[in-house]
Design a protein. Structure first.
Lengths: 143, 143
DNA sequence: ACTATATATTTGTATTATACAAGCATATTA
DNA sequence: TAATATGCTTGTATAATACAAATATATAGT
């Protein structure tokens, strides 16, 4: 594969990974990448608490209108719930519901099982180090 | 971030990475001048030589019709060229052109520069190891 | 207090990538 | 040589997205 340079190797592997990961996400749930978006949105609300549309859009780097629709869809399914901000009548605050927490937990378990199976031959040390390096990459990715 | 388990950490970081990478690649914030699919297709043809639509579709895990359209668009731009397989009149073989190679090279350089800048504080050893682990992850990702 | 402006969100519209199905050309097989 | 299979293209539908317009509420200037 003639990747003489480590950075070149990393670029190549990450690009490949993104393509394969996108396929996985869409093949398991034939509903486009709504499942992925749902997972991320539920995870965000679960981890950081209630948030408004604008904050979610900024977090995901998507247009506000896109998040407005995603949130409305999840609200419709009962996975998140809307409340108004007493301090500002324009704002809708979304929180994860019990049902949403259940779904998130189930989704997460399935994803972790998949990763566990893929990484089953890695040593504990390798997994630790990989996680740490990925975290550093992500930190560097923020502009 | 309370990720007690290394696999949980890896899942979290990879999911985050995919979201951010998708944003970077989106038209206004893309790293290079070529959209993601174009980059991948040119890279494939450059690295492995002429290929038919079906093979490309399988490689990218996309529908044949989707690849047919992507290839037609790149052909239109002069980045790849179509030739017929003398052994089978139904087949179109696509090859990268000189123009395609130029654009691929330019785009790749820009991507590498970006990664180099993000990873500039990593040791050579860390980068080597990260590339190796990513490669193993990708191998495990093939089902 | 009143009006103009700013902000948060929703809704309308266009674009793009995709899958699936139908169609067409060429190969292969019975 | 007719029937079937294969490779690709084209027609159509769907989903995610961005941008623009509309609506509701808040804030600032006078």
């Amino acid at each position: 594969m003639k990747k003489q340079d480590a950075v070149e190797r990393i670029e190549y592997e990450l690009t490949t990974f993104i393509r394969r990961a996108a396929y996985k996400d869409s093949s398991e749930n034939k509903i486009g990448n709504l499942e992925r978006a749902t997972y991320l949105l539920l995870r965000e609300l679960d981890e950081f608490g209630p948030a408004r549309v604008k904050a979610l859009a900024e977090s995901f780097k998507l247009d506000i209108s896109t998040l407005s629709r995603q949130a409305a869809a999840l609200e419709e399914k009962g996975l998140i719930v809307r409340s108004s901000d007493p301090a500002d009548g324009r704002v809708s605050l979304f929180s994860i519901t019990e049902l949403g927490k259940q779904k998130l937990k189930k989704d997460k378990r399935m994803r972790l099982e998949r990763y566990q199976s893929m990484l089953k031959e890695w040593t504990g040390e390798e997994k630790e180090l990989f996680g740490t390096l990925l975290n550093r990459l992500n930190e560097a990715f923020i502009d």
